[in-house]
Design a protein around this ligand. Sequence first.
Ligand SMILES: [Zn+2]
Length: 415
Amino acid sequence: MPTLFVGISELVQPHADEGNSKEPIDVITDAALLVDGGTVLAAGERVAVEKNPRAVHASVIDFDGRAVVPGLVDSHTHVVFAGERIDEFSRRARGETYEEIARAGGGILRSIEPLRVASVDDLVLQSLPRLKKMLAHGTTTVEVKSGYGMAPELELKQLRAAKALAAMTPASIFGTALAHVVPPGCTNRRQYINEFCHQVIAQAARQKLASYCDVFVEDIAFSLAETRIFANAAREHGLGLKLHVDQLTDHGGAALAAELGALSADHLEMTREPGRMLLAKAHVVATILPGCALFLGKDPWPNGRALRDSGCEVAVATDCNPGSSMLVDLCSCAAMAATRCGLSLEEALWATTRGGAKALGLNDRGRLVQGERADFVVVDHHDWRALFYNLGDGPVHGTYIAGTASSLKSPSTCP
Ligand SMILES: [Zn+2]
């Protein structure tokens, strides 16, 4: 039986393909939402939705004057990991840089050993609380990368944990095989790259552990030429391509993402022209990760404004990871995208809903229109902007995934 959600003060409707227009969302007041079988039957003004013939026998849920936005899509995370790196956070606070700590054996390499000794069950146990918190903050779709294994079997273990988590939470979880850096002590880069292509990308695709392949394109990680090898393997095995580019240097990573037709180019702290224009022209979603600059205490912040002004569609994600962005709350990242990266709140909302979905090549979510997934967030406020305004404590009354409430707080009085 369909469900009719009424009492919606504002229903936020991101535009499908106008992420770089001045007004990327519509806000419909006094709205309703009709849902059946996990998908949207109708959404819009209450008077119009109530006229839908399927609304007549629907069960009714009244949100009592609260706003509704589409479920948030976190399109870039490393949320499945083992251990912590609190000491590195402390050392940075005393003045050491991320690079100095990495050179002394910290950084990404510090996450290898805890992953190696952890079982899939351990990884699930450590990662599940983080995913639950994401959900409580309104995230309904999460991309999860490997990249802390640096050996084929360990990379696959990380992806198996992500798949196990997908079966345990109502959120949609999509795996990504990430070529992060070459393992310590590796003397034959080409051999490692071949191994990764044949034993991680190919296996992850075959075993349906991953939908995407990602490469850290940077002087300290993989070159442009090496990235092309990974991209070919990804294409051959039907995985979508996403790239970490221009985080530390602008050395052509954005241009490469455009040339390879990646779904998204992520980070972009250092990207200048013509990189931004090339991304826009190739319809590569520009994904910014403001949590990194905050957590590392390091300039520059990604320039979301310049990316949009160059014509890019911009997405915002958490980059949740133990070293450079220990952050599960996408709403806070949206707020930072507004205060530090030049986006309006409307643009930040687009960036965390439809923008995130586009960064994952998903056309069934990120909006609330007929035939798409009924993933949505009920804001415990009549004004949807309260979600970003209350920094670190976005008032989420409920997160609905495929039309079902998955984390309802106790009822409270709506202001
Ligand atoms: Zn990342």
